[in-house]
Design a protein around this ligand. Structure first.
Ligand code: ADP
Ligand code: MG
Length: 358
């Protein structure tokens, strides 16, 4: 089971900030009795990961049931392992013609395509044949595939060979052996859907974590921003710092959680589709903060593949996300906008803190 890469810190900031117990007590008192009664929590397992919810609303119990149903509905569409999912149908039909798809599946494929275009295909939703060759997303044992295998599979990972026809509500993979893998974007898309559902139903305060992908709604009931810790890639019990945020998604990708070792070398699950090998551009984690959870998820994967220089250029040309990078050479680097609400705390692991300007 996947460990949390981000820890949403609600009322337990004393764990991180040893000196703020008093402040916490004050804040706690400020919580009106009614908001404490309105707190509803849930933990569930879906999309192959643990999901946690904590929302404030008098109908919270019902709303969490609705949220869980929405997640399972999307999982049944997007799963690559569930027989009968729309993505499985699309993949089984590769090279054989178009498949009719529901609105959500067409939408997520379009979002995947759009993030691919934006990142020069560092984000590639048709990377699946190569990801599977490494034994990721299959029951097979993970292993380094031969160069011959990679050479035969890479031509099946051209995202332009995924044809989306919105008018006809269909999509088609043009070559036999192609496959779509939404692993890099599905949780972000789901977080947007769940946020929309909860907000529509009147939730104004809460947070949830889909396997470490954190979304926060509004502020805490005491009016403070939510505190979200970015896990240290070097130590799951430590963080490199805390983000204080409201109404956004905070999503991290890294090579330090899902990986295997062969002949003393570590191989992780985020693949550079130019080489077919795990991305190796000097980053060990990328955290994206954005109101658009789908984009945050796609970009966290893409910027990890691109490396710091290209990632910085993309950020400079965008205005809808901020980022915190952790580099293999021991730096924690926040974009200018992220630095405004990020408190660095990575000295335990000897990280050095820097910021990048527009
Ligand atoms: P996680 O799902 O572990 O939180 P990511 O969001 O970074 O991490 O997604 C990684 C998953 O995305 C992989 O398991 C794989 O299914 C898929 N993937 C791997 N490389 C790429 C890539 N270059 N573009 C798009 N998806 C990818
Ligand atoms: Mg991602």
């Amino acid at each position: 089971m996947k460990k949390f890469k981000l820890i949403a810190i609600c009322l337990c900031c004393a764990v991180i900030f040893g000196g703020c117990v008093e402040k916490r007590e004050e804040a706690k008192e400020m919580l009106s009795k009614s908001s404490e009664e309105d707190l509803h929590e849930m933990t569930t397992f879906a999309m192959d990961t643990v999901m946690q919810f904590s929302i404030y609303n008098e109908n919270g119990e019902q709303l969490l049931t609705d949220a869980e149903q929405e997640i399972r509905r999307l999982e049944r569409l997007f799963s690559v392992t569930m027989e009968g999912s729309e993505i499985t149908k699309l993949n089984n039909q590769a090279g054989l013609g178009p498949v009719s798809l529901s609105e959500d599946t067409l939408k997520i494929l379009n979002r995947g395509r759009e993030i691919g275009d934006l990142t020069n295909y560092a984000f590639n939703i048709t990377i699946s044949p190569v990801v599977k060759a490494w034994g990721f997303t299959t029951d097979e044992e993970k292993h380094v595939p031969s160069q011959e295998t990679l050479d035969s599979l890479l031509p099946l990972t051209n995202p332009k060979d995924l044809v989306i026809n919105e008018g006809a509500s269909t999509a088609e993979l043009l070559k036999k052996g192609m496959a779509v893998d939404l692993g890099g974007i599905a949780k972000g898309y789901t977080s947007d859907a769940v946020t929309a559902l909860l907000k529509e139903e009147g939730v104004t305060s809460g947070w949830f974590s889909l396997g470490g992908n954190v979304s926060v709604i509004g502020k805490k009931p005491d009016g403070e921003k939510w505190k979200v810790a970015i896990e240290s890639p070097l130590d799951a019990n430590d963080s490199v710092g805390i983000l204080e945020v409201e109404d956004c998604a905070v999503i991290t990708s890294g090579g330090y959680q899902r990986y295997f070792e062969e002949n003393g070398k570590r191989y992780h699950h985020i693949i550079n589709s130019n080489t077919g090998y795990p991305a190796d551009k000097g980053l060990i984690s990328v955290t994206i903060i954005s109101k658009d959870g789908t984009k945050a998820d796609g970009l966290s994967t893409a910027l990890f593949v691109m490396g710091l220089d290209d990632a910085t250029n993309l950020w400079r040309n965008s205005n809808d996300f901020e980022a915190v990078f952790v580099t293999a050479d021991g730096k924690v680097i926040a974009t200018e906008g992220a630095a405004d609400f990020f408190t660095f705390d990575g000295t335990d692991n000897d990280f050095i803190y820097e910021t990048i300007k527009r």
